[in-house]
Design a protein around this ligand. Sequence first.
Ligand code: SF4
Ligand code: SF4
Length: 467
Amino acid sequence: MPRKYNIEVSPAPPRFPPVGKFVIERSAADCINCGRCVLTCIHSVHARLDEDLRRMAEPEDYRCKGCFRCVQECPKEALTIRSSDEYLRLGDSYWTPEIISKNWYQAETGKVPVSGAGYLGPFSGEGFDSMWTDMSEIVRPTRDGIHGREYINTSVDIGRKVPVIKFDAQGRIVSPLPPTLSVPLPILFDTLPFGGYGNVYEAVARAASFLGTLMIVDPDAWFNKEYEANAVPVLTQSALEDSVTACKMAELDYGSTVLGAVEELRNANPETIVSVRVPFGDTAAEIAEELTCAGVEVVHLYADCNGKQIDPPGPGEPRLLKDMILEVHRQLVARKIRDEVTLIASGGIAIAEHVAKSILCGADLVAIDLPLLIALECRYCKNCHSSGLKCPVSLKDVDPRYGAQRIINLVGAWRNQLLEVLGAMGLREVRRLRGELGRAIFFEEIQRETFDTIFAKEVSYNVKAGN
Ligand code: SF4
Ligand code: SF4
């Protein structure tokens, strides 16, 4: 049995008050400082001033859940609550305020966010929101919790798997075994889309080292030999430097000469696992097949930050991460070469459920980018994209140790949610989840196979009946 892997989390309170969903105003004219609101709020929004316990401090409204209990209990009707415009402006249509604030919460506490009973979201949406997981094993009475006796393994092997292993008469393996690498969770850290300050990279590297995962990094932007054991440099084909090819794994961007560069890298260091980065697009499945047949052991398919296709970016609706992973996986399965290659998917992995759903669709593991910055309190305001605007959370001043803890907390909470999914599916290994499409329900399929049939019959009946 593999060593029990567990992520120790530790509270890392925000440096700046996060943007909350609600704004609470206390009327100084009406408030009599009775402190009843302190007692009534279970989320510690209200407190007395440390320096003068007779007076009330400003409410920490980012913790407010909008239950209105303090408003109702206040004897002087001194409190008002309204929704925050700043909250509603956070992020964009993909990185919604809810996604950003829940990731902040997980980075602060390391806990799984609980929103209460029932699901209040829409029935279906696009991309990952159009698939559900079959958690039928959740009814099994013997399951004793995600941290219980039944260990659930989240480790994944990266590299080429040999289809057959041959032994000699003495029982020694004679088949050449390609290098493989095992990571304890199916989440790698990808290159940063922005916010590439030295201390941010160091925070990410520290977290990768603590968690035992890998950090994909552009060595021209940052590289530190101290963290080499967990680094995956993205090498330009013209700069296959010895200093970085000593890493366990390296990445090359896809291009017409990439196979030559893969060969060169292998010759320089036969123990290095080589991954090729391919932009998700119309031809990603053909490229993945071509690379796998040419002996490339890892293909890293990346979408943009919102999980949309990159190549070609042309007009029309871009394809989404879920569909693109599915297409590549199915094509490799059809060619009977799926087990020869490790697939990494990235771009638009925004919440814990995207990890499980990407793997269900056929990825071996995912790489995350923007969540790393959100863990460091980034508001995705894009101020840093426009010259002259100040980062509201001063990302460049983050203490790497503190930043690493926030990333560890976020990944710890995400892994616990993955364990919950695996436990509820009755799977004890994340490797078993890969491409397990029998455990996924796709809205498009039930729409076509079930609802369309029912409604088509209804329409035909109505037509015959002359209604
Ligand atoms: S309950 Fe009302 S009056 Fe009392 S301290 Fe709170 S806001 Fe002020
Ligand atoms: S300026 Fe905005 S988007 Fe840029 S790092 Fe700071 S919070 Fe994030």
